[in-house]
Design a protein around this ligand. Structure first.
Ligand code: GLC
Length: 732
């Protein structure tokens, strides 16, 4: 009999339910939680998992209680939201997505896991895979942006990075893909609101990244808070049990979101905690985070015959199985026993700086305003985010210490030691006080250049941070307008550094700034990375993973829309457009400038004919006609213009990158499996339809800037001697 079978045979009901319970340790160490003090509950085995416990000391003490003082000595599973770094913060996920670089995504997850495991943690509630097309929703900051292909690439990379080659290693964490699923489509961008989308959108947009996470071996998945068409995800048997477990074969742990099981009562699908516990257990949820529904409700449910001990044992087995894979039984103190060398931490900070440099998106750069001249005498850095080290990490930066964050001004002073740098906030991030604008304007007089550091605070995005007006908060517009006017009068160029957890709807700012950089929230090394870019030590290379609306009324706006029978680009009055604004975004998906100037030519697509088993080779030549070396990203889109289901105007299938010196020409080669040109047919099953498919390559999701080729998909040749079956007729 193996260890887990033996344990389950020995466990009391209370001990089993303890393994299905996760408690926020903010209560466990300092005060009573749920029922009684957690430390007692850990000693008795009534709590088997913790979250939000920080620091190797407290972690080791709680683990010791479980292992050395409880009856069965089952180790705790201790998790935390290590979303974009632990103590060393990397850019927020939406910013990191701008790299379009799975290797970098994997590396930062690997480094975050090392740092968190040193604190004794064994699980992270990440990656966040919520595809979002709505900047009103605050959690857009935590996800991969608008595109399911990017979400899938990010899922693979993050699971590999967090979990490494073995979960038993002292440097790895169990990843928890979240929030399953379609959370990014909450009604009106309002947090926790209902989601009601088509089955096709669910399968084409929101499920692919979770499929990728399961393929990558993700250890856990967290259902989302919200209901999907009236069925709360925490009780969604169809998607949790029948789809995730039965169809995809996911046999990892399902951990509820914070109190989500208890909230089934407020959703209106459970009369009480017992009913809520039954719904969640039957749906396949193994761990109850913070609602205590399992500990309080399942004993009653057992008595009433609403659940069986066998169903409880299945969940307990999955939780104990994860603890065994993590090596917690063999060595519960393996994580938290190592102190990292200063060089390891320094190396991590260098990585954070490099990734932050690459996460910035240069949205506009008129008159080559950037990079700043290296003979700059006087630089004026204005705005509430100019000297705001504490805001730089962004949302979900639980363990960031203020002294470990680099502000814009600090980074510039380090990067421009010969330059006189004057700074003033002018206004607060929020609030109505304009009294500081005059002093800020005085500083601008006679400056060689002005940097305007504007945007949101770190807490204005992330969880519970929906905004009905996702633009510049407070009196920042008043400050900006005044600075633009003063600068114009003195012919001083103004660069805006824009901090946000979402695309802000600021067309007026984009119009008036000479240069505009989307800095999102760049993490611990933000100031140094911004200094590297504005001084030209590094060329910006980030590309936006989400469309920037020109007006909030356009939302949801995304590149992969279906064409409509009256496309917006027709001159007909009766077309899919607005009376009062353009249908085009302010900046399209994939947009981003660099200090190079790239031209594309010679798109080659071979072979011209390919069946479902074939691979299509796509090549394109790029030339850097600019004055500086830079990295360029090219996107490979497809367009299936005639199918049994209307296909999107563009579908992203691959990304290529190349760094070129001024005047240099190079070739980007990408491969596309014909198999990946399948789509969901009328019955939502994958189909491969012969016919022509456009292949489009270029710098962003703007068709007018793409080189267009084509390939003809053919039906596979019938096997010799096999009965001739009538495959789908050639579509063209
Ligand atoms: C929060 C979030 C979830 C997080 C969990 C634990 O409410 O929805 O993303 O992992 O609770 O902090």
């Amino acid at each position: 009999m193996n260890r887990i079978d033996k344990l389950i045979g020995d466990m009391t009901l209370a001990e089993k339910l303890g393994q299905l319970t996760m408690t926020a340790a903010g209560y466990a160490v300092t005060g009573p939680v749920i029922a009684g003090d957690s430390t007692d509950a850990i000693r008795t085995g009534a709590i088997g998992n913790l979250l939000n416990l920080v620091g190797p000391g407290p972690v080791r003490e709680m683990q010791r209680l479980a292992v050395e003082e409880s009856r069965l000595g089952i180790p705790l599973l201790i998790g935390l939201d290590v979303i974009h770094g632990h103590r060393t913060l990397f850019p927020i996920p939406l910013a990191e997505a701008c790299l379009f670089d799975p290797q970098a995504w994997e590396l930062t997850a690997c480094e975050a896991a090392k740092e968190a495991a040193c604190d004794g943690l064994a699980m992270t509630f990440a990656p966040n895979l919520d595809v979002s097309r709505d900047p009103r929703w605050g959690r857009t900051a935590e996800g991969p942006g608008e595109d399911p292909w990017v979400g899938s690439q990010l899922a693979h990379a993050k699971v590999r990075g967090f979990q490494g080659a073995s979960l038993a290693s002292s440097d790895t964490l169990a990843a928890c893909a979240k929030h399953f699923c379609a959370y990014g489509s909450v009604t009106a961008g309002r947090e926790y609101a209902t989601v009601d989308i088509s089955e096709r959108t669910l399968r084409e947009v929101h499920l692919p990244s979770f499929v990728a996470a399961v393929e990558a071996g993700v250890a856990a998945i967290m259902p989302a808070f919200m209901d999907l068409a009236g069925v709360p995800m925490t009780a969604n048997t169809a998607l949790l049990r029948h789809y995730l477990r039965d169809q995809l074969g996911f046999d990892g742990v399902l951990v509820s979101d914070y109190n989500a099981i208890g909230e089934l009562i407020r959703h209106g699908v459970a009369a009480d905690l017992t009913a809520a516990a039954v719904l969640a257990l039957k749906a396949g949820v193994d761990i109850d985070m913070m609602s205590d529904a399992y500990r309080c409700g399942l004993p009653v449910a057992l008595e009433r015959g609403l659940v069986s001990m066998a169903e409880i044992d299945v969940a307990v087995r999955r939780v104990l199985g994860l603890k065994e894979r993590l090596g917690l039984f063999d060595d519960p103190y393996r994580r938290g026993s190592k102190i990292e060398s200063p060089e390891a931490v320094a190396q991590r900070r260098r990585l954070a700086r490099s990734v932050a440099t690459r996460a910035m998106v240069l949205l506009k750069n008129d008159h080559d305003t950037l990079p700043l001249s290296d003979t700059l005498h006087r630089l004026c850095v204005i705005g509430p985010l100019a000297d705001a080290a504490g805001e730089m990490p962004g949302c979900w930066s639980t363990c960031a210490v203020p002294e470990g964050q680099v502000s814009v001004v600090a980074g510039l002073r380090e990067g421009l030691p010969q330059t006189r740098i004057a700074t003033a906030p002018g206004v607060d991030i929020e609030g109505g006080d304009r009294s500081g604008i005059a002093a800020a304007l005085e500083l601008c007089n006679g400056a060689d250049a002005i940097l305007l550091c504007l945007g949101e605070s770190a807490t204005m995005s992330g969880e519970a941070a929906s905004r009905a007006f996702p633009d510049l908060p407070g009196q920042q517009r008043a400050l900006a307008e005044a600075v633009f006017e003063r600068a114009r009068a003195q012919r001083i160029r103004v660069t805006v550094i824009l901090f946000s957890g979402r695309p802000l709807v600021v067309p007026w700012l984009a119009e008036k700034a000479d240069a505009l950089v989307a800095a999102w929230f760049l993490g611990s090394e933000a100031g140094n990375a911004i200094s590297d870019v504005v001084t030209g030590r590094a060329s910006p290379s980030g590309r936006t993973p989400i469309t920037w609306p020109r007006a909030l009324g356009q939302v949801p706006i995304f590149y992969s829309e279906r064409p409509s029978g009256r496309p917006a680009d027709s001159n007909d009055r009766f077309a899919s457009k607005y009376l009062d604004t353009s249908s085009e975004p302010l900046y399209p998906f994939g947009h981003g400038l660099s200090y190079g100037r790239f031209t594309l030519a010679n798109l080659r697509v071979t072979p011209q004919l390919v069946d479902e088993d074939g691979t299509i080779a796509i090549s394109v030549d790029l030339t850097n006609e600019g004055k500086r070396a830079a990295e360029e990203t090219v996107f490979l889109f497809t367009r299936d213009k005639l199918a049994t289901v209307a296909r999107p105007k563009l579908e992203l299938k691959a990304v290529g990158k190349i760094t070129l010196q001024p005047g240099e020409t190079g070739t980007v080669n990408m491969n596309l499996r014909a198999f990946d040109l399948r789509f969901l047919g009328l019955d939502l099953a994958p189909v491969f339809e012969p016919g022509d498919v456009e292949i489009l390559v270029g710098p962003c999701a703007d068709r007018s800037r793409l080189l267009v080729g084509a390939v003809c998909l053919t039906a596979k040749p019938a096997l010799k001697g096999a009965a001739q079956v009538s495959g789908p007729a050639m579509k063209r």
